[in-house]
Design a protein around this ligand. Structure first.
Ligand code: GDP
Ligand code: MG
Length: 683
């Protein structure tokens, strides 16, 4: 059954009003129930409601849910060394714990006290070691033995807890954690950083807001000087979850009443003064002595009964414990569900466990498919929903920028030689002249010049191709790597595949550029009407006419303003007016034709690049990857079958966490079922 959060919340509402009555009754001595019927009803409701909850929380503690970051409501006993922590626990449990000088409690001790008719004593530690303890006299030894096993036999400490279960008639139903006492100066044989170690353990237990701090203070000391007060104030400034137990009331009765009423150390939950077992007293003798002390002592008898004695302390603690459990439970249920959801999601997102080569092949093609889909988006269709903010990955836009930059690098006018106007053209005409009519322009003159001009810009398309493929390679590599990151084993093969693919693409494009240029040299041809229009414009009277008149008439100024060429000196052409006229015509054709050539170079290469990228993404990539990774003998995919240690460890951790959380959820749900069933029975 799944426990819903609102169910747990309901439980809290049901519990709280009844709590006071039941608990007071439980200890009998304060306010007896008005009738025996009432009393047994309350006892029944206590057993039906509170006990199962305590058990559930104790069981969660045993399951160690705190390792999942879920904090349990816990009463934590803190106090300076020899303040009497262990003695207080002894008094509550009615048994002997290791006591002595120096540091006795070296590991956290979880004391589970259970009121029950079937007495039982046992020590639990490590991963499920359970040691039954035959008699109360042996408890101290059993704890010491377990401590030695966990923290060594020296004076070292450890954060791994020991659980002591004490079930006997009359003990309060309580679970408390006793922590190593705070010691300022290491004693011989203790590590130098003992203070930090202990402080670290204590802080881990008292910091969660679910913890109640039971601060044990000796009546013999000045409270504000206590280290344990300083520490608990660090995590609970207002003291709202701190309860003080003042021990050794018998040793320092003077001024005790003032100390606990003035409250200059901010204890929100109040003080309880006690007298523990002294020397070899039995438990019963100690209780009797304590009762007598607070009843008869001239100073101590003035302390209010609600602030004195172990029975009062037991009652206060059971009360506090029940209310923190009821308060925290809904949140615990929520945390368990949240954690479970998160761990399951995380596990679901991990790559599947591959068992056979067929699994691996299927998974591999799945990766390829995803990579291909991403690449189609960024390189073909220009969709950037996967990486809206990473401009490097916006492939189509970046390639368009490269193409625009390429077009601007190709000169709009046919590049000139740097010699005076038309000198180059005249030289070429001289060398290509034939035996023919003088007013025919030799076609080879145009081709010779065109070849020269084309060669001077041939590096520009080659540079573009290199730039585009460099970019595409990086992009494809990145996206493929991202999709295959769960299988680092195949990444080297993928990298090789991309490299070999890119080498081929580059070679094809280089060949294409070479062909584009070579084709331009096969013939001077264009169907573009711009050519004739431009040539006609230059050859009109305000162009060719003005030019001719300046060359032929030595009386005119040697510089003329020619459309398209600007202020031009023609004095050097006056010696060869006929050749200059032809050269002007040749130059006009070359310029008009050049813009057609540039257009072809830009458009042709742009289409080639778009086509090649599309082809690469939609076809070549898949084939090349299949060749490299699947290959003929499947050795690439076989590598996928062996998970990397990191993946295996993560999967393992998540599985363990999920099964633990499921167990916890089940446990809480069953407890609620039990409580609800009991409530129905009573109606
Ligand atoms: P811990 O180090 O905080 O666990 O302190 P212990 O419980 O070991 O107590 C330190 C010493 O104080 C022991 O010798 C106890 O017998 C003694 N002690 C503890 N509580 C009382 C008390 O209420 N009255 C007297 N007279 N001695 C106490
Ligand atoms: Mg101790």
């Amino acid at each position: 059954m799944h426990l819903r959060i609102d169910e747990a919340a309901e439980l809290e509402l049901e519990l709280e009003p009844e709590l006071e009555l039941e608990l007071e009754m439980e200890n009998g001595d304060v306010k007896p129930a008005r009738s025996s019927v009432e009393a047994s009803a309350m006892a029944a409701s206590y057993n039906d409601q509170i006990r199962p909850l305590l058990d559930a929380v104790d069981r969660l503690r045993q399951l160690n849910v705190s390792q999942e970051g879920i904090q349990l409501p816990t009463i934590v006993v803190v106090g300076d060394q020899s303040s009497g922590k262990s003695s207080v626990l002894e008094s509550l449990a009615g048994i002997s714990l290791p006591r002595g000088h120096g540091i006795c409690t070296r590991v956290p001790l979880v004391m589970r006290l259970q009121d029950g008719d079937d007495p039982r004593l046992q020590v639990e530690y490590g991963n499920g070691t359970v040691v039954p303890v035959a008699s109360e006299a042996e408890v101290a030894d059993a704890i010491e033995a377990a401590t030695a096993e966990i923290a060594g036999s020296g004076k070292g400490i450890s954060e791994a807890p020991i659980t002591l279960l004490v079930r006997k008639k009359g003990v309060p139903d309580l679970t408390l954690v006793d922590l190593p006492g705070i010691t300022r100066v290491p004693v011989q044989g203790q590590p130098e950083d003992i203070y930090d170690q202990i402080a670290g353990i204590i802080r881990a237990y008292i910091a969660p807001k679910e913890s109640i701090i039971l601060n044990v203070l000796s009546a013999t000391v000045d409270f504000p000087t206590c280290e344990s007060i300083r520490m608990s104030q660090q995590v609970d400034r207002t003291g709202e979850r701190t309860l003080a137990v003042v021990t050794k009331a018998d040793k320092a009765p003077e001024g005790l009443l003032e100390k606990v009423t003035v409250d200059d150390v901010h204890i929100g939950l109040g003080y309880v003064c006690v007298r523990n077992r002294v020397g070899d007293e039995t438990y019963e003798e100690a209780r009797a002595a304590e009762a007598a002390l607070f009843a008869e002592h001239p100073l101590l008898s003035r302390i209010d009964k609600s602030m004195a004695g172990i029975p009062t302390l037991a009652r206060r603690l059971t009360q506090i414990q029940a209310s923190i459990i009821a308060r925290c439970l809904p949140d615990i249920v929520k945390q368990i569900n949240d954690k479970l959801g998160r761990s399951s999601d995380e596990l679901g997102q991990m790559p599947p466990d591959l068992a056979t080569v067929a699994d691996a092949v299927r998974e591999f093609y799945h990766i390829v498919k995803k990579a291909r889909a991403s690449l189609e988006k960024v390189l073909v269709r220009g969709e950037f929903d996967e990486h809206p903010d990473d401009r490097r990955l916006h492939g189509t836009a970046r390639i368009a920028e490269m193409l625009a930059c390429y077009a601007s690098k190709l000169p709009a006018l046919c590049p000139a030689s740097g010699e005076p106007f038309l000198v180059e053209e005249m030289r070429v005409l001289e060398e290509t002249k034939g035996i023919n009519l003088p007013n025919f322009l030799p076609r080879s003159a145009l081709l010779v010049l065109l070849r020269k001009k084309l060669e001077s810009v041939a590096h520009v398309p080659h540079d573009l191709v290199a730039q585009v493929w460099g970019y595409v390679e990086e992009l494809v590599m990145g996206i493929l790597q991202r999709h295959s990151r769960s299988y680092p084993q195949v990444q080297p093969s993928c990298r090789r595949a991309v490299q070999s693919l890119m080498d081929k693409a580059r070679a094809r494009s280089t060949q294409h550029v070479k062909e584009l240029i070579d084709m331009e040299l096969v013939a001077d041809y264009t169907a573009n009407p711009d050519y004739t229009m431009k040539w006609n414009n230059t050859m009109k009277d305000d162009g060719h006419g003005v030019f001719l008149r300046a060359v032929e008439d030595p009386c005119r100024l040697p510089t003329v303003d020619l459309p398209g060429y600007g202020e031009t000196d023609v004095s050097h052409l006056r010696a060869h007016p006929r050749l200059a006229s032809q050269a002007f015509d040749l130059r006009a054709r070359l310029d008009a034709y050049w813009s057609c050539v540039v257009l072809r170079l830009v458009d042709g290469l742009a289409l080639h690049i778009l086509y090649s990228v599309k082809h690469l993404v939609e076809k070549d990539l898949e084939e090349e990857l299949a060749d490299q990774v699947v290959g003929s003998n499947m050795d690439g995919v076989e590598r996928m079958l062996v998970p990397t240690p990191a993946t295996a460890a993560k999967r393992d951790r998540l599985r363990k966490s999920i099964s633990l959380l499921r167990e916890c959820r089940e446990l809480v749900a069953n407890t609620m079922d039990k409580i609800n069933a009991a409530a129905t029975d009573r109606l």
